[in-house]
Ligand binder design. Structure first.
Ligand SMILES: Cc1cc2nc3c(=O)[nH]c(=O)nc-3n(C[C@H](O)[C@H](O)[C@H](O)COP(=O)(O)O)c2cc1C
Length: 434
């Protein structure tokens, strides 16, 4: 299977960054079609397409869309999660920089379907170029009656704003994102069933739809070509439809964003990225740094799909696919990962705040050459006490990779603990040791 450029096709053509160029390439036919449909029919089309959220959790998008009240009594908000904080993932950045109209069109269709009044794109603060590209495109859309009052002469009016975050991983968690957007600290809120769903009471306690950049960017294609057509892509998988963009990085010859149809073997993604660089393949983290690491034998058989990746004990996640060659020190990788999640823990709940720091302390002593017998078991125990017990899923994101590194590469941890130094003697690996 080769690359399948549906969302990324615009990225190859800079002309589509102007409204005229985007329309020439077929853009805005999805919105024109949607505006002639019943709102529910648009939601049903998304249902037929089988679209699942591309932000990491793979939740069926139509269920959220359908969850906003049909009898509107308060303003409805449409949020786009453009925080893209998961290490290894850089596809939303590219989609915003190179295909801004695709996202705006997708969010406008979503706004129409859920009776949205205002949309916000919550962008990671460092993504200045993405914000600039979107600003320009939004201005052009307003000037051409594609945003604002009575869009394309209909009774649908919809405003769209950009909000720059401050570069906090936690602010990508949807309830923390809403808090941050409202000017509060970026901390998660209590979840359903202990609190209402965002679709009922989200930002400013109003019904809110929240989806990822890539999820919204699929929508113009789904409406334009039909949900049934979209669902033919990935039909070989159990329940993953359409395409998925993978940000491929690490020890590969051609790092970058690759869009593939679900059902593509993982090893083909590696081939698209030019194969492993600098030695034999040692490990792969398929879906972003919070996802469990897998070994080459699993890479050989893994099929890209939400359920299929589970068969090799990993996940599609946000699509940040990192390959590591034989000179990689897995313990150092675990050490770096543990530090990232501890730094990014917002501190609200005890299991995550304390647990991530405990994991860092144990990892610190291992890489300082002071590892103790039983440290692997202790690390796993701490991770088990964080997983599923934190206020939001940041705790899981911190625990899963550590457990997987130990499960997959126990001999490397044992070596470090016994000898106080790395089993990997390459210069690149040693340069990482603090
Ligand atoms: C700690 C944490 C960070 C997250 N960061 C992001 C992010 O940067 N971008 C994103 O789209 N989703 C992120 N998510 C997932 C969102 O909470 C949410 O599932 C997503 O925005 C839903 O959109 P989707 O259904 O279109 O995937 C994060 C989740 C957690 C727990």
């Amino acid at each position: 299977m080769a690359e399948y450029k549906l969302l990324l096709k615009h990225s190859d053509d800079p002309a589509t960054q102007t409204l005229a160029g985007y329309k020439k390439a077929g853009g805005y036919s999805g919105l024109a079609k949607a505006l002639k449909m019943e709102r529910q029919a648009v939601i049903d089309e998304v249902k037929t397409s089988g679209l699942r959220g591309r932000g990491g959790a793979g939740f069926p998008s139509w269920i959220k869309w359908n969850g906003l009240p049909k009898e509107k009594v308060k303003p409805h908000y449409v949020l786009c999660n453009a925080d893209e904080g998961e290490p290894g993932t850089f596809k939303d950045k590219m989609l915003m920089e190179t295909a801004p109209f695709q996202l705006i069109e997708g969010m406008t269709i979503a706004g129409f379907a859920v009776q949205g009044d205002v949309g916000y794109i919550y962008i990671r603060g460092e993504f200045i170029d993405a914000a600039k590209a979107l600003r320009k495109a939004i201005d052009e859309a307003y000037a051409n009656n594609l945003l604002g009052k009575n869009i394309l002469g209909t009774d649908f009016s919809y405003d769209l704003h950009i909000h720059l975050g401050a570069g906090s991983y936690e602010c990508g968690e949807e309830s923390a994102l809403m808090s941050s957007l409202m000017g509060e600290r970026g901390m998660p809120r209590l979840k359903f069933p202990h609190a209402p769903l965002p679709t009922v009471s989200g930002v400013w306690e109003r019904p809110t739809l929240i989806n990822n950049v890539e999820s919204y960017s699929c929508v113009p294609h789904i409406i334009d070509k039909g949900g049934e057509w979209y669902a033919t892509l990935g039909a070989s998988t159990k329940n993953s439809r359409g395409t998925k963009i993978f940000s491929v990085s690490g020890h590969v010859n051609k790092p970058g964003n690759y869009e593939i149809e679900f059902g593509t073997p993982l090893k083909e993604l590696l081939e698209m990225a030019g194969g492993v660089k600098g030695g034999k393949l040692k490990a792969c983290i398929p879906g972003g740094s919070s996802m469990p690491v897998i070994k080459p034998d699993a890479v050989d058989v893994a099929i890209i799909g939400y359920e299929e990746m589970g068969e090799v004990k990993s996940m599609v996640g946000s699509g940040g696919c990192m390959f590591f060659n034989e000179h990689t020190d897995i313990v150092m990788l675990a050490w770096r990962t543990a530090h990232f999640y501890a730094n990014e823990s917002c501190g609200k709940c005890t299991p995550c705040r304390e647990g991530t720091r405990w994991m860092v302390q144990i990892m610190d002593r291992i890489v300082a050459g002071n590892g103790q017998k039983g440290d692997m078991e202790l690390l796993t125990e701490v991770a088990n006490n964080v997983e599923g017990r934190s206020f939001c899923a940041l705790g899981d994101a911190a625990a899963w990779p550590i457990k997987a590194f130990i499960r997959q590469f126990p001999e490397e941890f044992e070596y470090w603990i016994e000898h106080g130094k790395s089993p990997v003697t390459s210069k690149e690996a040693l340069a990482l040791v603090p």
